[in-house]
Design a protein. Structure first.
Length: 328
């Protein structure tokens, strides 16, 4: 039976293609509907599998006025007819029916591309779920996850967690929640290193930390362990690129006498600037330019250009070690 004290919103738009965030937003909409009526029926269907008459049937009033939640997934694949049918319902929703439209933000057709704009106009509750790609966005996500779990963390702890766990949001979320539980809510870098010591030894960042200072043997050993234990090639390539780019930015900014000022100018944590300044010794503008080219090439290699991604990474590690020792 529905609860008259709970007001439900009949139209939701989940916009973006970050899988974890999309799933959370969808279930949040379902939860809101079930807060009003715990027996609300849930149906999930891809737009491409529907015809306008089938959609109309799913959204029509029921004989006994049972509450329903219909989740229309992959709305970016909607054709003209189904898009028009969807908007027609959204303009005049049926009581007790909650419609959740999941849309990547793109679209194969004009009508699919315009769906988010039209649904916004109709007053849809919008949840943005854009892909998390930038380091700052990933750091903000981890901070929010720790806060959601009831904990607190400083910048060094957040960076260390990303460094040891990687960029997958599901794994970062699980790790953040576990750390809060294990530390009583106070998450610092020491705790991260302690609880993730095993993984820290085989991440892409561990490979990069050995390669950019020119430690050939340690870098190759770290790379081989990382590959053997299943660290994705693309994450290793990303870590190499991130380290080289960070050294380049820090070296170009100067600031050896005042790393805190440089940290503010670059929008980076001071500890990361100090670390990059130490790593920049032995690198020249010429060798850094060549290193940037090398990490750009391996990024393409691990995404399908090379026949052997592991060999491409090993070649790049050796190239970075070689460049590190070159004189201007």
């Amino acid at each position: 039976m529905s609860s008259p004290s709970v007001v439900t919103e009949p139209l939701h738009l989940v916009l973006g293609d970050e899988e974890l965030l999309v799933e959370r937003a969808m279930w949040a909409a379902v939860g809101a509907a079930r807060a009003a009526d715990p027996e609300a029926e849930l149906r999930r269907v891809k737009v491409s599998e529907l015809t306008p008459p089938e959609l109309a049937e799913m959204l029509s009033p029921s004989l006994f006025a049972e509450a329903r939640v219909l989740v229309l997934e992959a709305a970016q694949d909607a054709g003209k007819e189904i898009a028009e049918a969807l908007l027609s319902h959204a303009k005049d929703p049926v009581d007790g029916v909650t419609l959740v439209v999941v849309h990547s933000g793109g679209g194969r057709s004009k009508h699919a591309k315009e769906l988010p704009k039209e649904l916004r106009k109709l007053g849809a509750r919008v949840t943005e779920c854009a892909k998390v790609t930038k380091p700052a966005e990933r750091e903000a996500f981890v901070k929010d996850e720790i806060r959601r779990a009831g904990g607190k963390a400083n910048a060094a702890a957040v960076s260390a967690l990303i460094e040891t766990v990687g960029s997958d949001l599901r794994e970062l979320s699980a790790a953040a929640t576990q750390l809060v539980a294990d530390t009583g809510g106070k998450v610092d870098e020491t705790a991260v290193r302690r609880y993730h010591r095993g993984r820290a030894e085989v991440t892409g960042f561990a490979v990069a930390e050995k390669a950019v200072p020119g430690d050939r043997a340690a870098a190759l050993e770290a790379l081989r362990w990382a590959v053997q234990l299943g660290v994705p090639h693309v994450l290793i390539a990303d870590a190499l690129a991130d380290s080289v780019r960070t050294i380049g930015r820090v070296a170009a900014g100067g600031g050896r006498n005042d790393p805190f000022r440089l940290a503010g100018e670059l929008g980076m944590p001071a500890w990361k600037v100090k670390k990059a300044l130490a790593q920049s010794r032995g690198w020249s503008p010429t060798s850094l330019a060549a290193a940037l080219q090398a990490v750009a090439e391996v990024n393409a290699d691990v995404k399908g250009m090379a026949a052997d991604a592991t060999y491409a990474l090993e070649r790049t590690v050796l190239r970075l070690v070689e460049l590190r020792g070159q004189r201007p």
